[in-house]
Design a binder for this molecule. Structure first.
Ligand code: 5GP
Ligand code: MN
Length: 317
């Protein structure tokens, strides 16, 4: 399939690259590295993102103009990266199917083969790792722009080289990227040590909301629209919160519930070891990876917390 995607890239000229809402480092690093790769081949790529680039990824080199509205044009190919389901591209995603041949490049184990071409490698540390292999098959010269995007994607999707997807191949690619100009300390500083202070005011409120179940093996925190308002923050400031909750001794599953509408919450879940949060997410129409998954839940905060508690029942009794 890698070769097939390579051939498809060579045979076509215009590309629209997109990824999921609330884009993370792999989503953006994948989209942007593909953008630069296509540019280096003399192609005409554009990047469409429903959301704006979160502040912690503003340092990533990308196109001068990222599109935030689905353009009226058609393209030879629409490449969706790091996105397990097409609906996660955001509102208006149905339109994409009419705009060009849909290509899906992803590493989620709950990935749906929604493209006309699907390059899905569950064992890959990140989508950027799969793209790296596509670039290799095309014998592309690695530019500094491609390198920092690939490095950051792997660095962030492996939780700074801490999660189970921190494979030898992830390290090998990152090592190679340092030889193409990437400074790991700089990337780490941009990603982890560059937060506005308001983030920590919000974090205080979110930590204070913690409830635990099953003898402290599940910890749930929440963030409401009111909390965002009182700290002058938005959802991008919660990036990383649920990982802190998982750091608590004895916690095997951590859940952050974010209010996204009337009686509607987005759950971000993380687990340690054997606990499969993708299975829990799938029960509510979501998904992800074994140790990192998400879904949308409907109900009041109390109702949603009860749904979460029940969904983990089998894992913890
Ligand atoms: P996060 O909690 O960072 O938003 O997402 C964690 C992981 O679960 C990511 O790999 C993400 O793509 C996946 N994920 C999050 N929310 C959803 C969802 O609603 N549906 C699906 N299929 N995957 C999700
Ligand atoms: Mn990813």
């Amino acid at each position: 399939m890698i070769e097939k995607i390579g051939t498809l890239i060579q045979a076509n000229q215009t590309f629209l690259i997109t990824t999921h809402i609330d884009p993370d480092g792999d989503a953006l690093g994948s989209a942007f590295s593909l953008y630069w790769a296509l540019k280096s081949l003399g192609k005409s790529p554009s990047v469409y993102l429903k959301d704006k680039v979160p502040y912690r990824y503003e340092f990533l080199p990308g196109p001068e103009n990222v599109l935030h509205e689905i353009p009226s044009d058609t393209y030879d190919a629409i490449v969706v990266v790091d996105c397990g389901s097409l609906f996660r591209v955001g509102e208006g995603h149905e339109k994409l199917k009419e705009k060009g041949a849909l290509v899906n490049i992803d590493h989620h184990n709950t990935s749906e083969a929604f493209g006309a071409f699907n390059l899905i490698e569950e064992g890959a540390s990140s989508t950027a790792e799969i793209l790296y292999r596509v670039f290799r098959s095309l014998k592309l010269a690695m530019t500094p722009e491609m390198a920092v995007n690939i490095y950051t994607a792997i660095f962030t999707d492996t939780g700074s080289f801490r999660y189970e997807n921190t494979t030898s191949s992830a390290f090998l690619i990152c090592e190679e990227m340092t030889r193409h100009g990437v400074k790991p300390a700089y990337v780490s500083q941009m990603v982890h040590e560059n937060h506005p202070k308001e983030r920590f005011l919000l974090l205080g409120l979110v930590f204070s909301s913690m409830e635990t179940y099953y003898g402290g093996r599940v910890a749930v925190v929440h963030v409401t629209k009111e909390m965002f308002k009182s700290t002058n923050t938005t959802s991008e400031y919660t990036d990383g919160f649920v990982e802190y909750i998982r750091e608590i001794r004895g916690v095997e599953a951590a859940v952050l519930l974010r209010e996204i509408g009337d009686c509607k919450f987005k759950a971000s879940m993380r687990s340690k070891g054997r606990v499969d949060v993708a299975a829990v997410g799938s029960r509510f129409g979501g998904g992800g990876h074994k140790n990192a998954a998400g879904c949308v839940l409907e109900g009041t905060l109390e109702e949603v917390k009860n749904k979460i508690k029940e969904a983990f029942y089998k894992e913890f009794t």
